[in-house]
Design a protein around this ligand. Structure first.
Ligand code: AMP
Length: 228
């Protein structure tokens, strides 16, 4: 039998439009590979919730569905990568989102002697994205995501799957008007990264249609043999 995926070092970038399931797949990868998830959206939302200086600075940008400035994001990820839990790699969820961020990531990985990333593009048709985001709810306490279609009883009971009490809400930026804006921003600023990573021969395309476990199985096939 091949050794478990977890013995190696991994940098994984999850690309894809909003609502394709990057966060869900990132959490599954954390369990499988034992490296941390770096979700820049979660980090920024935590700053907003804490009303920190950074949070106050970025709140309006997040609510509008725009992107936060590249320099700020690059610095934020640089800091995060100095923490010891990234010694064996990281799952990047929501970063990079622009070409300058992708260029910077190369340097950041090199600074930390981390492996060249495997870039997984999760692909879902736009109409399904809009539907998924309309039904997405998130727990303010632990970041878990829920769907009003499949998790109605947990949402009604204010419970996370682990039984803890949850504060489950719709993200301000998941409201329909902002979703259209975020999709447009994705097409303009982030979609060019697909070609960027394709040229570098780092890109793997995975269908994000179907259940989370099904999508995860596809990702694992792509990751097999991709560690350092
Ligand atoms: P997400 O949870 O990944 O959808 O991110 C939520 C919001 O955080 C985005 O709509 C942006 O406003 C901001 N954000 C997250 N990651 C980035 C990034 N890499 N670059 C710029 N803005 C970001």
């Amino acid at each position: 039998m091949r050794p478990a995926l977890s013995v190696n070092r991994y940098s994984v970038v999850l690309l894809g439009a909003i609502g394709v399931g990057k966060g869900t797949q990132a959490k599954k990868l954390v369990d499988a590979l034992k490296v941390p998830q770096i979700s820049t959206g979660d980090i920024l939302r935590a700053e907003v919730a804490a009303k920190s200086e950074l949070g106050l600075q970025v709140q309006a940008v997040l609510d509008r569905g725009d992107l936060v400035a590249d320099d700020l994001l690059i610095e934020l990820v640089r800091n995060r990568l100095t923490k010891p839990d990234t010694a064996r790699g990281a799952i990047f969820d929501g970063f990079p989102r622009t070409i300058p961020q992708a260029d910077a990531l190369d340097g950041l990985l090199e600074e930390q002697s981390m492996p060249t990333p495997v870039v997984i593009s999760i692909e879902v048709p736009d109409d399904q994205i809009v539907q998924r985001l309309a039904s997405r709810r998130v727990c303010l306490t632990c970041g878990a995501t829920f769907s009003t279609e499949t998790d109605a009883s947990l949402i009604a009971a204010h419970r996370c799957p682990d039984g803890r009490s949850a504060q489950i809400l719709q993200r301000e930026d998941d409201k329909p008007e902002t979703v259209q804006k975020r999709l447009a921003v994705y097409r303009e600023k982030t979609a060019p990264l697909l070609e960027y990573y394709r040229r570098k021969r780092l890109l793997r395309n995975v269908s994000g249609v179907g259940g989370a476990n099904e999508v995860f199985a596809r990702i694992l096939i792509d990751l097999d043999g991709a560690s350092e």
